[in-house]
Design a protein around this ligand. Sequence first.
Ligand SMILES: C[S@@+](CC[C@H](N)C(=O)[O-])C[C@H]1O[C@@H](n2cnc3c(N)ncnc32)[C@H](O)[C@@H]1O
Length: 369
Amino acid sequence: MANINLANAQKARNDEFFTQYFDIQKEIAAYLELNPDVFRGKTILLPCDDPEWSNFTKFFAQNFQRFGLKKFISTSYAENSKNYKSGYLPTLFETDDPQFDENKTMINGKIFILDHDKSGDGKIDVEDLEWHYLKGDGDFRSKEIKKLRDEADIIITNPPFSLFREFLAWIMEAEKQFLIIGNMNAITYKEVFPLLKENKVWLGNNYKVNGGAMFFEIPEEIANLDQVREIKINEKGKRVYITRVQGVRWFTNLEHGRLHQPLPLMTESDIIKFVTKKPFEKYDNYKAIEVSLVKNIPSDYEGVMGVPVSFLDKYNPDQFEIVGSDYNVKQGLLPELVNPKWKGKIDRGYINNKRIYTRILIKHKRGAK
Ligand SMILES: C[S@@+](CC[C@H](N)C(=O)[O-])C[C@H]1O[C@@H](n2cnc3c(N)ncnc32)[C@H](O)[C@@H]1O
């Protein structure tokens, strides 16, 4: 196996991939660049976290004042409720605190709150974090965490990969702003694609997509040694492996600058003349052309074009309209795109009877070239 991929991670229900500080910092910078006040006066919730160790908690605590936050809350999931058991030991941070409880530490989640200068040193930072045990285990689906969700303006986390659909639906039902990490495959999920098509959700800035991978801190027991870039000893004294995970993206509904940058494109005739040396192929079954590389989207083609899902890394909603997906054709949602003479399957695009990879169907927005 070339990579630990998220599909396998889901199968194994390994949801313990920890985001690196650098990746959080780089992604957040893109939103601040467009709007320096994006977090000002806001309450941020970081659910599905591990606040004592999480780089999300560290990052937002360190930048609390700079971002002008009103409040941030992070919550963790109880050790006994996790699918993956890691030989958990409570930290000194917890055991040294008078409220430490050896039963609760296993069966209750924790909540960390930062909203005022508790230490009285004139600044609000990590030193001012207050914590207590949650009543329940910190499951994001619980009433207790839903209440925190409803209080928040923005939800930011790397949710458990196996519960991505549910997690996104949980955010959307409360109509919150969000920034979360997920698997690229989620783009085509029937619960996710309609949101992307309607521009209710889009991909994040995803600085340095790294050939489609991100590096995470992964506990020793589930690391794929072929992919280990670095071994670190974390604050718990445990070895953690920095491992490449394939096909990871930030998903969001927060504005960032890349979203408004037009993709530079060549005309159809120039692409044929200088790049592909052959005309664009038409699908046997769809009234659309196949564009297998995003950079070869012709600037002057007015019809529907089938492009790889990686198109969404470059998608600018002012430049393109997402017409649908091959799955939408199969669902019967795009009858006008089906070639009436075609007698075969419509599950995917076919060219010369050969089934093509999954495609998003797009066209230029009228007036934009
Ligand atoms: C992919 S990890 C990411 C942790 C952290 N947000 C980070 O990026 O560093 C997901 C976390 O969610 C926790 N988790 C799993 N199922 C959960 C649930 N139903 N509700 C809340 N948290 C859950 C896992 O135990 C794990 O700590």
